[in-house]
Design a protein around this ligand. Structure first.
Ligand SMILES: *Cc1c(COP(=O)(O)O)cnc(C)c1O
Length: 389
């Protein structure tokens, strides 16, 4: 019997200990003991699946991975210390020197640095397509292309990429399609249904949802995950059991939290859209979003991130941040506390203006990560800050 998403977030098949605990206990142990020499031999020979050492597996990391795996409709998964650990570990496990990647240009900053600075050390090059020109992908594919990579919705521009189209291209050219599903969460969007081979999450964001711990996870098909697991097990970017325990508990409230995030985000986007000091607002489930129909096809709700442009450019953007009273200035997102960032003067300040505009960032653009405060308090703070511009 296949459970609904909300149930998959709550219940797993973990074994209980002799104490018959209802809530999963925290297994803070670096290693596990063996019954006898034969048990130890068979375990190391991978003839049986069991915990050996917490760099490999631990009951808490396994429970967390199982929940994400089941929500995403994947076969298996591997956890990592951070989202970047998952992204790096996935690429490093699957690529050989001389391989080629085709990626959307709008990807998380550190992922872009991985493509431009580190993977080239092993002669692995990346070609980029603009999110609004996915039809250019076929022309970028070379005989040595192995991976097609994208995020949707994108950061910080909340553009939407057509997962079904990416799935078709990946299949036609025999590429591994990897989707960073961080902004959507496994509750709103399951890329495997549209043809993704692997799905990556920074669990640091909405999966934790309360800004406490870092974590990452990659899920997908058995054979690819096995390769990634062996790499992770031998290179040491292991998720701590404590963080996994937090994240697994957080998964249980993910659907309820994300419902509220989305409801407040949509209402806030609608409110901002009618504000005279704002040029434009972008939110996947706003009718004015250029890919509104596509967003509705592949996501069940619009997510928690709203992007908008304040009239008056870079100075207005900075002044706006300075006059906010409640909303936090932070680079994080997907927290219970609403967060505002100004990409042009912070996360993307090192890019030239034309490089910024290529990923949809203008000088007056603000990214709003909607939290779980009351909508009226969020609107009031935005309103008083906009009034002072
Ligand atoms: C934050 C983030 C990451 C990196 O995750 P960390 O847990 O910070 O390492 C990757 N992709 C996206 C889309 C993110 O927002």
């Amino acid at each position: 019997m296949s459970h609904k998403l909300e149930t998959r977030a709550v219940r797993t098949q973990m074994d209980r200990s002799q104490y018959l605990e209802h809530s999963t206990p925290l297994h803070l142990t670096s290693s596990f003991v063996f019954e006898d020499a034969e048990d130890m031999r068979a375990s190391f020979a991978e003839e049986k699946q069991r915990n050996i050492y917490s760099r490999f597996t631990n009951p808490n990391t396994s429970e967390f991975v199982q929940k994400v795996t089941e929500m995403e409709g994947a076969e298996d998964g591997v956890s990592f210390a951070t989202g970047m650990g998952a992204i790096y570990g996935t690429f490093a496990a699957l690529l050989n020197a001389g391989d080629h990647i085709v990626s959307a240009r709008s990807v998380f900053g550190s992922t872009h640095t991985l493509f431009t600075k580190y993977l080239p050390k092993w002669n692995i090059e990346t070609s980029y397509f603009k999110v609004e020109e996915p039809e250019a992908i076929a022309d970028l594919i070379k005989p040595n292309t192995k991976i097609l990579y994208a995020e949707t919705p994108t950061n910080p521009g909340v553009d939407i990429l057509d997962l079904q189209y990416l799935g078709h291209i990946a299949k036609e050219y025999n590429l591994i399609l990897i989707i960073d599903n961080c902004f959507a969460t496994p509750y709103l969007q399951q890329p495997i249904k549209f043809g993704a081979d692997l799905v990556i999450h920074s669990a640091t964001k909405l999966i934790d949802g309360q800004g406490r711990v870092l974590g990452g996870v990659t899920v997908g098909s058995l054979d690819l995950i096995h390769e990634i697991y062996l790499f992770a097990r031998n290179t040491g970017s292991a998720l701590s059991p404590f963080n996994a325990w937090i994240l697994s508990k957080s998964m249980e409230t993910l659907p309820v939290r994300v419902d509220r995030h989305c409801q407040t985000a949509l209402e806030t986007a609608e409110y901002l859209e009618n504000h005279p000091k704002i040029n434009w607002v972008k939110y996947p489930f706003l009718k004015s979003h250029p890919q509104f129909e596509l967003a509705k096809k592949q996501m069940s709700q619009g997510g928690s991130i709203v992007a908008f442009e304040i009239k008056g450019g870079i100075d207005a953007g900075r002044n706006f941040l300075n006059t906010l009273e409640m909303l936090s200035l932070s680079s994080n997102l997907g927290d219970s506390r609403s967060i505002v960032t100004h990409p042009a003067s912070t996360t993307h300040s090192k890019l030239s203006e034309s490089d910024r505009s290529e990923v949809g960032i203008t000088d007056g653009m603000v990214r709003l990560s909607i939290g779980l405060e009351h909508i009226e308090d969020i609107k009031n703070d935005l309103n008083q800050a906009l009034a002072k511009l």
